[in-house]
Write a protein that binds this ligand. Structure first.
Ligand code: ZN
Length: 67
């Protein structure tokens, strides 16, 4: 399952030794959330990226999910 590109570098230290962890899927109302995790081997920081897939398969509405 490679729906989202691996980040090029760690947002904390800029290191490139990133380990991908198992993505976690959360079924929300009319949406599927896939949370990808990465762990930086250089600084040990953990970060993630959320991909939201509407169940209808249509393009997601124009709204900011981060607000
Ligand atoms: Zn790092």
């Amino acid at each position: 399952m490679e729906r989202v590109a691996k980040p090029y570098f760690c947002p904390f230290c800029g290191g490139t030794n990133l380990l991908a962890d198992e993505p976690m899927e959360i079924q929300a109302e009319e949406e599927l959330w896939i949370i990808y995790h990465w762990i930086c081997e250089d600084c040990g920081e953990y970060f993630n990226k959320v991909l939201i897939i509407p169940e209808s398969g249509e393009k997601p509405p124009q709204k900011d999910y981060w607000d």
